[in-house]
Write a protein that binds this ligand. Structure first.
Ligand SMILES: [Zn+2]
Ligand SMILES: [Zn+2]
Length: 342
C-alpha cells in the first residue's frame, strides 16, 4: 500500500509517498480501506518541525480517519466487510479508569493515531474493532473523516466543558478554521447566540451562513470591542478559543461576568502574562479541552443526520500532493478542513 512519510520536517518539509506492506488484521482487528483523512494543525506542526516531543517520524501521520471495512480478523463480531466507519483518535484499552469514565481518548495506555502508532495518511489501516464506529445512513464516508476531530473535539468543549445553555452568547475565535467553523455550528445547534471572529476576509461569506450577521472581522479594531458592541457591553458568556496566545487578551476582554473560556488550540506556541484580577473579579473560569470520546463521535453523527451540523471540507487533495495540503493550511487558505484522499 501507499503511505505518506515526513522525511525532513521544516517550513518546506520533504514528504514522500512510499510503497509498504499492507498490514493484516489480528484477533479483534479490522483492515480499513481509507476513504479520507483530515489534515489537522497537529499534523502540520509535525511536518513543520514545530512539534517534536514524543514524535516518531517513522510513524504515518493522520488521526482523522474514515473508510470502509476491507477484511476482518478472527473474533470480530460487530463489523462486516463493506461497513463504512470512522475511527476514534486513540487506540485505547477500554478497561482502565479513564476509558470506563468515557475519556478513552486519554486512556492510561492509549496510543494516539498518527502520533504513537500509524495513522491515516495511507491507503489502509488496521485498528481494533472497538476503535471504529459504523456510519449511519445520511453521513457520507468522505465527510466522516472529520467527525471525531475537529467536530467531536468542538462538541466536547461546548457541551461538556463550557456547558453552554440555550440563549447564552458564545464567541468563537479562529472561526474559519477546522475547529472554529464546527464550533460555530454546534453552538447554534445548542441554542446559543454565536459570534464568529476571524481575521480572514475571504472566510466571511461561509461564516455568515452559519452565524448570520454575527461575524466579527478582527484587524484594526480589537475583536473584543465588537464582541462587547454585539452584546450591549455584557460580553460573551462563553469564549471558545481555537487560536491561543495570539488572541488571549482579546478573548479575555470579550468575556462576560461569570464567563467561561475554553482553550482548544495554541497556534503559535507563545506565552501570555496577565493580571490575575482580570479573572478573579470577572468570576471567570478558564479551562483547557482536547480530544473526543466515542460518545461525542456518536452525537456528532446524530447532529449531521438531523441536518443541524454540516462537515466543512474545503479541499480534497490526493495523497501524492500532500505538500499542497500542507501549504493550504500553513498559509490559511482553506476554510474548515483539508482532507487527503489516498
Ligand atoms: Zn485533529
Ligand atoms: Zn484505557
Amino acid at each position: 500500500m501507499k503511505a505518506l512519510y515526513v522525511i525532513t520536517p521544516g517550513d518546506d518539509p520533504e514528504l514522500e509517498v512510499r510503497e509498504i506492506e499492507t498490514p493484516t488484521p489480528g484477533p479483534g482487528e479490522v483492515l480499513v480501506k481509507i476513504a479520507s483523512a483530515g489534515v489537522c494543525s497537529h499534523d502540520v506542526a509535525i511536518m513543520r518541525g514545530l512539534l517534536r516531543r514524543g514524535v516518531n517520524l517513522d510513524v504515518i501521520l493522520g488521526h482523522e480517519i474514515s473508510g470502509v471495512v476491507e477484511t476482518i480478523g478472527p473474533d470480530v463480531e460487530g463489523l462486516t466487510v463493506g461497513d463504512a466507519v470512522v475511527s476514534t483518535l486513540t487506540v485505547f484499552c477500554g478497561e482502565c479508569d479513564r476509558c470506563l469514565a468515557g475519556h478513552e481518548y486519554r486512556c492510561r495506555t492509549g496510543q494516539g493515531l498518527g502520533h504513537a502508532v500509524n495513522g491515516g495518511f495511507a491507503e489502509y489501516i488496521v485498528l481494533p474493532e472497538r476503535c471504529l464506529i459504523p456510519l449511519p445512513n445520511g453521513v457520507s464516508v468522505e465527510q466522516a473523516s472529520i467527525v471525531a476531530c475537529p467536530m467531536g473535539v468542538a462538541l466536547q468543549a461546548l457541551k461538556d466543558v463550557a456547558r453552554v445553555r440555550e440563549g447564552e452568547t458564545v464567541l468563537v475565535t479562529g472561526a474559519g478554521g477546522g475547529l472554529g467553523i464546527h464550533a460555530v455550528q454546534i453552538a447554534s445547534a445548542l441554542g446559543a447566540h454565536v459570534m464568529a471572529a476571524t481575521y480572514s476576509e475571504d472566510k466571511l461569506p461561509l461564516l455568515d451562513r452559519f452565524a448570520p450577521g454575527q461575524v466579527i472581522l478582527g484587524g484594526e479594531l480589537d475583536f473584543s470591542e465588537l464582541a462587547l458592541a454585539f452584546t450591549e457591553d455584557q460580553g460573551a458568556n462563553v469564549v471558545i478559543d481555537t487560536v491561543g496566545s495570539a488572541v488571549f487578551f482579546s478573548a479575555l476582554n470579550s468575556l462576560a461576568q461569570f464567563g467561561r473560556m475554553v482553550l482548544l488550540g495554541e497556534v503559535e506556541g507563545g506565552r501570555v502574562s496577565f493580571n490575575l484580577s482580570e479573572v478573579i473579579f470577572r468570576d471567570a473560569s478558564i479551562r483547557g479541552s482536547s480530544g473526543a470520546s466515542k460518545t461525542h463521535i456518536t452525537q456528532v453523527l446524530d447532529l449531521i443526520g438531523d441536518g443541524k451540523l454540516e462537515p466543512v471540507i474545503s479541499h480534497r487533495v490526493p495523497l501524492a500532493d500532500a505538500k499542497d495540503a500542507y501549504h493550504l493550511i500553513r498559509d490559511r487558505e482553506s476554510v474548515g478542513r483539508v482532507a487527503l484522499i489516498p
